[in-house]
Design a protein around this ligand. Structure first.
Ligand SMILES: C[S@@+](CC[C@H](N)C(=O)[O-])C[C@H]1O[C@@H](n2cnc3c(N)ncnc32)[C@H](O)[C@@H]1O
Length: 255
């Protein structure tokens, strides 16, 4: 099965219904373990300092949302427009204690459609902006600024700075569930001004492939300097560089 997921240029960010239709089945199985450790090390201290709320922009299956609930005592807003990703997100939240679920609200919209005003002093945008068409990306920053209180902080995982020179293959971990093995790979390559990221998944039984699926996403590169300029126009000022340069921290300018 092949699904190509690409935002139409004339209505960026509005084609969310079927995005991740293939990948959602495999997402947590093949990526969550690594992602959980990574988001904890990248954002735990920031969400631990939150006193108003945390916004998880592009919550996906809820990796940052869960970490934010565990590491803070404030309300958490999980913003996730794609139904296919919200489904595992809701399943993850359903397994939590009432103390945690009372603090989390799921917004089934793109952030600029969610109507959030001053609900948080920390916003996290992890593994999300790379997949946004530049027009959709630029539309995101004023919406993040609006969702934050004055002086609120935004943490953005930066997109790739440039197009890849060669096709690159990255193997996903192999996981066993009962009699079956699950695995896959991500193949990235340049396509004019975009990066094609093709996720290929397989399920095997005793070495025999039972099924294969793939889904293609598009990513748009932007350098750190370009991102800072864009965020400044969107109402933010950069904070000092962090120990991990893959994340850019910016603060909302006062109105
Ligand atoms: C690659 S997933 C990453 C999910 C999660 N942050 C993670 O790291 O596992 C990116 C998510 O951003 C969501 N997204 C795309 N545009 C968005 C927007 N304008 N506002 C909020 N979420 C958006 C997508 O639906 C998708 O679930």
């Amino acid at each position: 099965m092949t699904v190509v997921t690409s935002p139409p240029v004339d209505s960026p960010g509005r084609d969310h219904q079927d995005a991740y239709a293939v990948s959602a089945e495999f997402y947590d199985l093949l990526q969550a373990e690594r992602d959980e450790a990574r988001v904890r090390s990248l954002y735990r201290d920031d969400v631990g300092r939150a006193r108003v709320g945390v916004v998880d922009v592009g919550a996906g299956t809820g990796c940052v949302t869960l970490m934010s609930l565990l590491e803070s005592r404030v309300p958490v807003h999980a913003v996730e427009p794609a139904r296919c990703m919200r489904t595992p997100l809701m399943t993850r939240l359903a397994s939590l204690s009432a103390e945690l679920t009372t603090r989390v609200t799921v917004h089934p919209y793109a952030l600029d459609e969610a109507g959030l005003h001053g609900v948080a002093d920390v916003a996290v945008c992890h593994n999300t902006v790379a997949c946004l068409h530049p027009a959709a990306r630029r539309a995101l920053w004023p919406a993040v600024a609006e969702a934050l209180v004055p002086t609120g902080v935004l943490l953005v995982q930066l997109p790739p700075a440039r197009l890849p020179r060669h096709e690159t293959t990255h193997a996903l971990p192999i996981r066993t569930v009962g009699r079956h093995e699950y695995g896959g790979r991500m193949v990235t390559s340049a396509d004019v001004d975009r990066i094609r990221a093709r996720f290929e998944y397989w399920v095997r039984d005793d070495g025999r492939v039972l099924r294969r699926h793939d889904e293609t996403f598009w990513m748009w590169p932007a350098t750190r300097t370009e991102m800072i300029a864009e965020l400044e126009r969107g109402g933010f000022i950069p904070l000092p560089e962090r120990s991990d340069p893959s994340v850019l921290a910016v603060r909302r300018t006062r109105p």
